[in-house]
Structures are given as structure tokens and as C-alpha cells.
Design a protein around this ligand. Structure first.
Ligand code: SF4
Length: 412
């Protein structure tokens, strides 16, 4: 018998859609899923392009690329691959494994909609979390008797390393090669899994497609912000009223998820940006990108005032340096040098070269890791000026390192 690990019960701000029926932390089996979302539906590619475009659906990984544009640019036919990227390798994020564990049929429905629209039967779901793997495997077993489908859906475990979650690293891993980004930029839609054109996107993207097809574009757009209707998932951690995964209507003021006062706020996870004050920010990908703090995979953390914020930054910077795949020099040496600079500051000594080193990381790698690392550290240094002054002037702030930002993703 399959034993399923239950993630912490997610929270819904307003009505849950993605997590409807699962906000108590109980997995929705096929019958429960069908009771909420109805029978599996399908769309032609043209209709799916139209509907995803009508609701301005953006990919829910890091890049927030318009789904309709990606779908419209895909060839169709039996050689096309559909890949669900469930390699949620950011330690702070829990949203995708929550979807895969609690509502796996929603993810499978979305993948089947895309496969049918692209007229292919090839669907691969890549995961690195064993609980998510077990839940998805069980979901396919549940369908075998009552809802057989012609698509060949496989669920495959992949390495848990941070840079292994990048989509091209996932595709390489699925091809049996080292699961690190290739040393050059390639488009999966042209040259993806096994060299075939591949529609690859994040788990939440496929779940959103399933909800969209179930509700129709008009009802889907009844909640949320006009620029990006619907709901989205975030993972909240640190000094917040309800830590864990939350489903929120887009457009919600970000400070509605945070306490009235506290330490600096990290938006977008370990490739994200720090802000001192979240007032004026709203949870939509377009508005956050415009504000210079992209939501990325949806991690929002607020540090408690009782802890040392610079120590949190130093710990993550060191961890990010250790995640480099080691194939691009500026990434391998540059991220390590930046991490050393942050430690130097933490121990009360100036690091005069840190700005130049951060600048040297920008657009210098074959993937987004150096840029993401630079964004995380540079925004910390401009946001935490009082902390920095305390460390450099007095040798420290006197507050302890609380390890609010996890460095181990807890994969079993
Ligand atoms: S930039 Fe870093 S993580 Fe990305 S491919 Fe190059 S070495 Fe690997």
C-alpha cells in the first residue's frame, strides 16, 4: 500500500480553486476531484490558445511567460513532448508539491488538456519529492480502471538540487544526462526532451489550465486582478500570520499576508528581491515585475525583527554559491566571491569589492543562477542598510541567527 506524506494544510484567502476540497490537508482522490471540477474536458489548440490568452495566463515558474504565446508557437503531432516540471527545488517553496500531493488529478487533467491540444500522447511529470511522486502514481492507478486515456503519462523522480529544477536541467535529467542546465541557451519548444519540441511548464501552470477548462474563461476571470485574473499560490514563511502554502486571488495587497510590522520582506525566493516595506505591492506577476520584485515561484518571507537579517542573507548566499553547476566561470567563482563578501560584512569588516562582484554576475551564466544570486544579495544590501551599519560599525547587531530561510528542502 502506498503511504502518502500529508503536507501542512494550505490556507485560502477567499474561495479556493486550485486547492478546493483540499484546504484541510486531505488528498482529493479521483471521485473527490471529479465532484469539484467535473469530468475531464479537452480543447483544440486554437481554443486553448484563445482561452489562455483571454485570461492572460502566465507560467507559474520563474519566467512568467504567457501560456497562450508558448502554446501558439508549438508544433503539433505525435513527436511533441509535454513535460510537467514538478522539480520544486527551491527550499523555501512548497506550492507545487502541495498541488501534486493534495490535488494530483488537477495536475494530470491539465497535462492531458495540453497533450490533446498539441495532438500528442507523450506526457512526463518530473518530480523530486517522494510524497508527490507517490500521490501522482496513485492518481494514475486510480484512473486506470475508470478513466483510461490514450496518453502515456509517466511520473519520474529527478535530483533535488537547486539548479536541477531549471527547465532545461530537468529535460537533461529526463534524458539520462546530468540534471544541470546546459552550458548554452536552448529553447525547449524547439529542442527539448529527447531533442523533440517540448511544451514544458511548472506544475501550477497545468493546474491553472485544468481550472480554466473546467470553469471557462469568463468564470475563471470573475476573481482576481484584470491584468492577471484568477488565483495564485504562494508559500509564506517567517514572521507571518499563517505560514505555509496559500491560495490568494491575484491583486491582493501583499501586506494582507504579512504582519503590520516586522523585518525585511523577501519576494520571489532565493532568486528574488528584498524590500523593506511591502505596502503598495499587490500579488500579480505583472505589477510585481513592474515594481522590480518579480514573484518568481511565489515565495514570500518576512524576517522577524528579533533575528539577524544579514546572517540569513549570508547563509543563503553561501548556499547559492554551493549550488553552481560549475560549468560557467563567472558563476562558479563569482557566486563564491559574493558569498565570502557577505560573510565579511557579517563579521564586521568592509567588503569594498562587493558591488563590482555583483555587477560581474549579471548576464554572465548560461542560466539565471548568477543573475538570481546577484538580485538576492544586491537587494539585501540596499534594503538592510541599518543592519549593515550595525555590523560594520559595531561588529554585529547583537541579534541571533534564527535560520528562518531553510537551506535543506526536506526531500524524503
Ligand atoms: S550559470 Fe551557473 S548554474 Fe547556470 S549553467 Fe552556468 S555554472 Fe551552471
Amino acid at each position: 500500500m502506498t503511504t502518502l506524506h500529508r503536507p501542512a494544510a494550505p490556507t485560502a484567502y477567499g474561495s479556493a480553486r486550485l486547492l478546493a476540497g483540499a484546504t484541510h490537508g486531505v488528498r482529493a482522490d479521483l471521485a473527490a476531484h471529479r465532484a469539484v471540477h467535473g469530468a475531464q474536458q479537452h480543447r483544440t489548440r486554437a481554443t486553448l490558445v484563445e482561452e489562455t490568452g483571454a485570461v492572460r495566463l502566465l507560467g507559474r515558474g520563474g519566467a512568467a511567460f504567457p501560456v497562450s504565446t508558448k502554446l501558439a508557437g508549438m508544433p503539433t503531432g505525435s513527436s511533441v513532448e509535454v513535460v510537467v516540471n514538478g522539480s520544486e527545488s527551491e527550499p523555501a517553496s512548497r506550492k507545487d508539491r502541495t498541488l501534486m500531493t493534495l490535488v494530483p488529478h488537477l495536475v494530470v487533467d491539465g497535462a492531458l488538456v495540453v497533450a490533446r491540444a498539441l495532438r500528442t500522447r507523450r506526457v512526463t511529470i518530473a518530480v523530486h519529492d517522494t510524497a508527490a511522486h507517490a500521490s501522482l502514481t496513485l492518481a494514475l492507478e486510480e484512473r486506470r480502471g475508470s478513466e483510461p486515456h490514450p496518453e502515456r503519462v509517466s511520473v519520474r523522480l529527478q535530483p533535488a538540487r537547486f539548479v536541477s529544477g531549471e527547465v532545461r536541467a530537468v529535460l537533461r535529467g529526463l534524458d539520462g544526462r546530468p540534471a544541470v542546465p546546459p552550458g548554452h541557451r536552448v529553447l525547449p519548444t524547439r529542442h527539448g526532451l529527447g531533442g523533440a519540441p517540448t511544451f514544458a511548464s511548472n506544475v501550477e501552470t497545468f493546474a491553472q489550465i485544468a481550472v480554466l477548462v473546467s470553469l471557462g474563461a469568463r468564470r475563471y476571470a470573475e476573481v482576481g486582478d484584470r491584468a492577471e485574473p484568477g488565483t495564485t499560490l504562494v508559500t509564506l514563511l517567517g514572521d507571518v500570520p499563517a505560514p505555509g502554502v496559500a491560495e490568494v486571488p491575484t491583486g491582493l495587497p501583499l501586506d494582507a499576508l504579512l504582519p503590520a510590522a516586522g523585518g525585511p520582506v523577501l519576494v520571489g525566493g532565493y532568486h528574488g528581491h528584498w524590500v523593506a516595506d511591502a505596502r503598495g505591492l499587490r500579488v500579480t506577476r505583472p505589477s510585481l515585475r513592474e515594481a522590480g520584485v518579480p514573484l518568481n515561484a511565489g515565495v514570500v518571507a518576512r524576517l522577524p525583527e528579533s533575528g539577524c537579517a544579514l546572517a540569513e542573507v549570508a547563509a543563503v548566499a553561501g548556499w547559492l554559491a554551493r549550488q553552481s553547476a560549475g560549468q560557467c566561470g563567472p558563476c562558479l567563482f563569482g557566486t563564491a566571491a559574493v558569498a565570502r563578501d557577505v560573510s565579511t560584512l557579517l563579521y564586521g569588516r568592509p567588503a569594498p569589492d562587493v558591488s563590482a562582484r555583483l555587477h560581474g554576475l549579471v548576464r554572465r551564466g548560461a542560466c539565471a543562477h548568477p543573475d538570481g544570486t546577484a538580485a538576492f544579495v544586491a537587494s539585501a544590501l540596499t534594503t538592510m542598510t541599518a543592519e549593515l551599519d550595525a555590523h560594520v560599525d559595531r561588529g554585529g547587531c547583537g541579534r541571533p541567527y534564527l535560520a528562518v530561510l531553510p537551506l535543506d528542502d526536506g526531500v524524503r
